[in-house]
Design a protein around this ligand. Sequence first.
Ligand code: GDP
Length: 440
Amino acid sequence: MFDNLSERLESSFKLLKGQGRITEVNIAETLKDVRRALLDADVNFKIAKEFTKDVKEKALGANVLNAVKPGQLMVKIVRDELAQLMGGTAEEIDLKRQPAVILMAGLQGSGKTTFSGKLAGFLKNKKSKNPLLVAGDVYRPAAIDQLKVVGEQIGAPVYTEEGNKNPVKIAKAAIKEAKTKGHDVVIVDTAGRLAVDEDMMKEISAIKDAINPHEILFVVDSMTGQDAVNTAKEFNDRLDFNGVILTKLDGDTRGGAALSIRKVVDKPIKFVGTGEKLDALDVFHPDRMADRILGMGDVVSLVERAQEQFDEEQARKLNKKLAKNQFDFDDFLGQIQQIKKMGNIKDLASMIPGVGKALKKMDIDDDAFKGIEAIIRAMTPSERQQPNIINGSRRKRIADGSGTNVQEVNRLIKQFAETRKMMKAMSSGKMKNMMRNMPQ
Ligand code: GDP
């Protein structure tokens, strides 16, 4: 995500290296480069021009700060301007009403149904809500089935009316049902077309007028770049929506839609979709995204994700086991599962300042732990609990069973033994003594 832009901006800042202060002359080349980088990221031409104009004014005006090097100053200014361009601060969806009614709009294939499910899951798990999903795409039976599957995975009921081809009536009836059944959020998925067309706009406008939603969310595929921005404009002119959902950001290497859409329609991006799985959504934080673009990482999001997965009770148990040197392969597997739940490893790495860039060219995938997991799963319960019984013939069997080889099994067992020793030292306080005795 944004890989090219990050690299290009970084090299444009390097042009200021060795300069004592920013001048109209020495900043010109950098600004030209920044603008080209934005255009190559598929940012709207006018926005790119305005952006560099603002950066220039701020940079010349900030010259009084003699202590800061021009390169660093530019990074700071560009970072702040990027955050501003994307909306400044995160904006939440309005859930005050009972029930809060959310209407999804967007083209076919933009990810509406998937996002409806993601949002239902998010509201259920993170906001303790009880959402009702509504199948308003009455033209494609497959769309209704898709929403049912999504609802089942999330554990949220789906309101459908067999044979009813009137989405306005369905949406109204669904809200009535939500009231009687005590749902506090209603999410109405609607039909999209492949391109903007009058019938679709009329239908969604009719649904809007009939149910008077508290939030209209426009869902758009970020990979379509400037087309996404143009479609947003057309939908906004008709619907005056409340927020944008940018999907498929995981596949968007340029970032033009994310950078331009806010400015063009003057509506905030509220969530981004980062994968096909139903937990692959993030609240959109413009400032954090700007940090990531400039390779500054996103430690806040990383810590938040870690906190979400952190289970205090489990941590306490683990600590006890560590102190008694009972940490075994089952615990090890549990730890791997927890890390995996936090998300894709490369994505996590990109949140650590400086690390993302270093890892960018390396081939790390979601299955970074695959070999280790396979080896542990090929062990018997007693082998997992007492690794010291794993002799030569057991190692051979484990290697065969896990589709790896004996060297890999040996390596894992050796690493595990070392980790265990270190963890025991740390948890029993010996580490402190070791540190104290170390030469200063
Ligand atoms: P709809 O026609 O607007 O309801 O779109 P769907 O929800 O059916 O999504 C279209 C396709 O995009 C499906 O294959 C989804 O799995 C995929 N998709 C949706 N959101 C994302 C996302 O954030 N990342 C990726 N990689 N794929 C997504």
